[in-house]
Design a protein around this ligand. Sequence first.
Ligand SMILES: NC(=O)c1ccc[n+]([C@@H]2O[C@H](COP(=O)([O-])OP(=O)(O)OC[C@H]3O[C@@H](n4cnc5c(N)ncnc54)[C@H](OP(=O)(O)O)[C@@H]3O)[C@@H](O)[C@H]2O)c1
Length: 333
Amino acid sequence: MKAIVLNRKLAEGIESVDISLPVLPSDEVRIEVKSASLNHRDEWCRQGKYANLKDGIILGSDASGIVVEVGQDVDPKWIGKEVIINPASDWGANPDVQSKEFKIMGMPEHGTLAEFVQVKSNRLHSKPDHLDWDEAAALPLGGVTAYRALFQQGNIQAKDQVLVTGFGGGVAQFGVQFALSLGAKVFVSSSNDDKIQKALELGCSGGFNYTNEKWTEKAMSECGGFDLIMDSAMGDTLNNLIKVTKPAGRIVFYGATRGNSTGFESRRVFWNQVKLIGSTMGNDSDFENMLNFVKENKIVPLIDRVFDFEGAVQAFDRMKEGKQMGKIVIKIS
Ligand SMILES: NC(=O)c1ccc[n+]([C@@H]2O[C@H](COP(=O)([O-])OP(=O)(O)OC[C@H]3O[C@@H](n4cnc5c(N)ncnc54)[C@H](OP(=O)(O)O)[C@@H]3O)[C@@H](O)[C@H]2O)c1
């Protein structure tokens, strides 16, 4: 089967290879992949900035497809079913934090950027009927990350005024859609005015270009700050987020694209009783709750662009350059 694997010896960092189909263990199913989508972790892997990297591993955490074979211990009713995959496994017993065994498909174990992928049957979920193959492939990792960040960790309420930073991001666009569906008043930040315009068309109440140094003043004068902020940039933007958080507000962050924060404004945090909360992907109930929420509210992932298999390097480059508005999808078959 053809697959996209990590190869850090190449300038591109990835390559398309032909590998033989692995033997199917008794508790797994084989899926013919229709579409796969990228997450920033795939690009971090390509750049060598992820833990436990191994060349030759198939990248990718998200896919939609059809079950074509089941192991001997798996119910054969799965054969022919249209599915998506929960890419996380071994969360463990504590719903508040993942175990040491927690892992995500696509590194250090094989992922979804291949003609076939095999997973344990308990990672399967039916593809939501209202989504096509590309949209369904865009959902799992970004969807569960945004869901846990907002609902579980951020305790979002319909009365909240919410800021989702970096709206162009694959996770962020879910955050915006989920918060809007709940009925919250939602604002975005972005480096790109066209992306802000897209957020307004979706129903957001405002947007701020974070490359403008005065965006925090504009935000405060337009809406008086936020009860809840969802962010994955961190770095030196954290102090700006603290400035625009209402007293007793929450900042949930699930990434650190801009690295660690320097000059942390601790006084403003303790005086204003601000809660700074970390979040990582989600446990199995977060995933199920996210899927139900997406189905009930007929949420459709925003897809930036669909590349064909041969365009994988261009797809990764687009993510590296931050040009995307939403999810980048690779059509596999
Ligand atoms: N903890 C977890 O479980 C988890 C899960 C998923 C992702 N992540 C992490 O979260 C981050 C985003 O992931 P993704 O897959 O959504 O990536 P992505 O699709 O590549 O999106 C990244 C977005 O970050 C925004 N951004 C960059 N610099 C920013 C800044 N200074 N302020 C505000 N926004 C900024 C940009 O938005 P604009 O284009 O609008 O400017 C960009 O589009 C990555 O660091 C990733 O590793 C963590």
